[in-house]
Design a protein around this ligand. Structure first.
Ligand code: UD1
Length: 416
């Protein structure tokens, strides 16, 4: 199994380009199921989750043609197997995003339940309830969601909590439903807006994406389109943290600062100087960061996907920070590993209290989930000596060429 060996202590400097957003690419690729015409996608990130999803779509009968480095054409005219088997779904919860499009296009779907997940129970009841409101008959049998619908009907749906993939699934299903669907308490994440923009390019009628009420007027069919995936705000935020924790100075290109307000605010509060230019962010870190307390919540508040990386920077910042996780109940798994590097962190329920110390020490640590792994990389870059991070297949799910990008910024990192 691959590991990352990182020798910390070098301030990062230089510039790198940010890749396309994983969490936008996954739903947008699923949108190809909604049309029998060809979709072409650019700025697709090379990630394990994207490959997994393409494999899943291919075994449903979608023809996937890689076009260049970061582009692919998807042709779902031969869609003949509306089924997502356990083997693929278990490795990636986002596979649930095929449910809405399959049901809308084929009138049936058989999708494995995502099952347990390292960062909490993460049920899909809201996806199911919303589709039932649109007239689908859904049974859960032997670990599979069995869904059938004649023609989905527009409905008014208010989700019990803000759910990103839930909003995306229902929005996709509604594009081909009869009449109008109103999704209340909708997720406002930029990735939801990116998906809506792609669907609109395909001929969908969607209003209000980016607000908490999305209206979708169903159309008879959607057509092919070309679409460029938005930049990854979490990848951007992770490299900003990596630069900040090392006292570095970096410029991140091909990114979108307007999707990172809460992250940029916190980095400025920590003492970083941040300048924003067209599609670029420049960060200059102070000699030592100040602690920043935060609370995760749905967009536009601070994202849960950046909580672990900020925990890492707080480990060596001046002062005491309180970090409150409100989205997932088990998202502090990086804490035990950060403690192996010497971090002073105490957990009480969903709160972590981080007391900044003068320096971390390199050690062997284990990646437990995607963003937890990213926090270990951030901490390792600040630590004295070598840190070896095991199980980095988690990182490969969500960060394109991380070792290469970090070396371009001058980090001493090796994949072994
Ligand atoms: C998405 C992101 C993930 C991010 C998360 C929260 C993708 C592919 N993944 O995950 O990176 O961490 O948003 O910003 O975009 N819930 C239910 N029932 C449901 C759906 C959700 O109880 O039917 C709960 C979840 O357990 C969780 C909360 O709602 O506590 C939010 O989850 P959700 O927004 O659905 O996360 P994902 O869409 O899976």
């Amino acid at each position: 199994m691959d590991k990352l060996a990182i020798k910390g202590g070098t301030p990062l400097s230089g510039e790198i380009a940010i890749s396309g957003a994983k969490n936008a690419a996954l739903p947008i690729l699923c949108a190809a199921l909604l049309t029998d015409e060809i979709m072409t996608f650019s700025n697709l990130p090379h990630l394990r989750d994207v490959t997994t999803l393409l494999r899943l779509l291919a075994q449903m009968g979608v023809r996937v043609t890689p076009e260049s480095e970061a582009a692919a054409a998807l042709d779902a005219s031969g869609l003949n197997n509306p089924c997502a088997p356990y083997d693929l779904v278990k490795t990636m919860r986002a596979s649930i995003l095929v449910l809405g499009p399959l049901l809308a296009r084929c009138g049936e779907a058989r999708v494995s339940l995502p099952g347990g997940c390292a960062i909490g129970a993460r049920p899909v009841d809201q996806h199911i309830r919303g589709l039932q409101a649109m007239g689908a008959e859904i049974q859960v049998e032997q670990g599979y969601i069995q869904a059938k619908a004649g023609h989905l009907q527009g409905a008014r749906i208010c989700t019990d909590m803000v759910t990103v993939t839930g909003t995306e699934n229902l929005m996709m299903a509604a594009t081909l439903a009869e009449g109008e669907t109103i999704i209340e308490n909708a997720a406002r994440e930029p990735e939801v807006v990116d998906l809506a923009n792609c669907l609109v390019n395909m001929g969908a009628r969607i209003f209000g994406a980016g607000t908490d009420v999305i209206r979708v007027q169903g159309v008879e069919r959607l057509h092919g389109a070309a679409y460029a995936i938005m930049p990854d705000r979490i990848e951007t935020g992770t490299y900003l943290c990596a630069a900040a924790v090392t006292g570095g100075r970096v410029r991140l290109l091909k990114t979108a600062a307007d999707t990172l307000d809460s992250i940029i605010d916190k980095l400025m509060e920590a003492g970083c100087d941040i300048q924003i230019a067209r599609e670029a962010i420049h960060l200059q870190a102070p000699a030592r960061l100040k602690s920043v307390s935060l609370r995760t919540a749905p967009y536009p508040a601070f994202p849960t996907d950046m909580q672990a990386q900020f925990m890492a920077i707080n480990c060596v910042a001046e002062g005491v920070a309180t970090i409150r996780e409100t989205i997932f109940e088990n998202r502090f798994m990086h804490v035990a590993e950060l403690q192996r590097l010497g971090a002073d962190i105490q957990i009480e329920g969903n709160n972590a209290v981080v007391r900044g110390i003068a320096g971390l020490q390199g050690a062997n640590v284990m990646a437990t989930d995607l963003r937890a792994s990213a926090s270990l990389v951030v901490a390792a870059l600040a630590a004295q000596g070598e840190t070896r991070i095991d199980r980095i297949y988690h990182l490969d799910r969500g960060y394109e060429d991380m070792a290469l990008k970090l070396s371009r910024l001058g980090a001493k990192v090796e994949r072994i």
